[in-house]
Design a protein. Structure first.
Length: 286
């Protein structure tokens, strides 16, 4: 009888114990799932914080993004500032402005000077590259130039004028642009004159600075303010900046005198050869 009672008790208890065991197991599984999800959420937060500044690393991540955007903006600004097309356009604009605003014609007209006309002399050069010949010296364009083309660096580049008659010369003006021409820019320029190319003598010499503008060579100042009377005039480029081989000259203006300002008519000028005075010390740019 006791055995039957034990069997009944065990049969009545076992479903409850089984149910409790299942509940505990389910709770353990749920707890482990929550812990797993929580751990992965922390890892995700940490990763996102490092990448995009979410969560605890939001401020640091945002600073990194701001720095990247700033560097990119600086690179874009720098690329625009270093754009060679923009630089070239600015240099050309500057050259045109300086050419027009400082043109020596105004001063020469004021003191009784006049520019030598195309018909008054034969212009020639020592050498030139195709399409960049002596015609560019007188086209009144600050953006064109004569370019020499001499394979021998020991020879001087020259611009020669042969006048049809004896001509009084008071000033030679040359337009250069170091910022566009660099090593092609003349550094030392000498002006020679005479009756023939065999008796050319130095009238003046100047040293050109690294700039854009007119180099005005007042050769009359070497003759007590009086112009030189010549049949031949030569402009010689003795050296260039940075020891360049060839040269660029953008414009050349040669000024004579108006007879009324000199006090005598050309036909009344004596035909004897002038006596050249020894050149004074280098005057340089005005």
């Amino acid at each position: 009888m006791n055995d039957n009672l034990d069997d009944q008790l065990s049969s009545s208890v076992s479903p409850i114990q089984s149910s409790n065991h299942d509940i505990v197991a389910a709770q353990d599984d749920a707890l482990r799932t929550l812990e797993f999800e929580h751990e992965h959420e922390e890892e995700d937060d940490e990763y996102l914080g490092r990448v995009s500044g979410i969560g605890e690393g939001e401020t640091e991540g945002q600073d990194d993004l701001d720095m990247i955007e700033q560097e990119q903006s600086e690179r874009e600004d720098g690329s625009e500032a270093e754009d060679p097309k923009l630089d070239d356009a600015e240099r050309e604009s500057t050259a045109i402005h300086v050419y027009q605003e400082t043109h020596p014609d105004r001063e020469q007209r004021h003191v009784g000077g006049r520019e030598i006309g195309e018909h008054e002399a034969i212009w020639s050069v020592s050498s030139f590259r195709p399409h960049w010949g002596p015609d560019k010296l007188r086209d009144n364009n600050a953006l064109t130039y004569w370019q020499s083309d001499c394979p021998n660096p020991q020879l001087n580049h020259t611009i020669d004028l042969s006048f049809h008659q004896a001509t009084l010369i008071r000033q030679v003006s040359i337009f250069i642009d170091y910022f566009q021409d660099e090593s092609y820019t003349p550094k030392t320029i000498m002006v020679r004159g005479g009756t023939t190319y065999r008796d050319l003598q130095e009238l003046d010499r100047v040293e050109c600075e690294e700039f854009v503008g007119w180099v005005n060579i007042d050769i009359a100042s070497k003759n007590d303010g009086n112009p030189f009377r010549v049949f031949r005039l030569q402009i010689a480029i003795l050296t260039t900046h940075l020891n360049g081989r060839d040269t660029h000259i953008r414009q050349v203006k040669v000024y004579s005198v108006i007879p009324s300002h000199f006090g005598e008519e050309p036909k009344q000028i004596k035909q004897e050869q002038i006596t050249f005075k020894k050149p004074m010390a280098n005057r340089g740019l005005r």
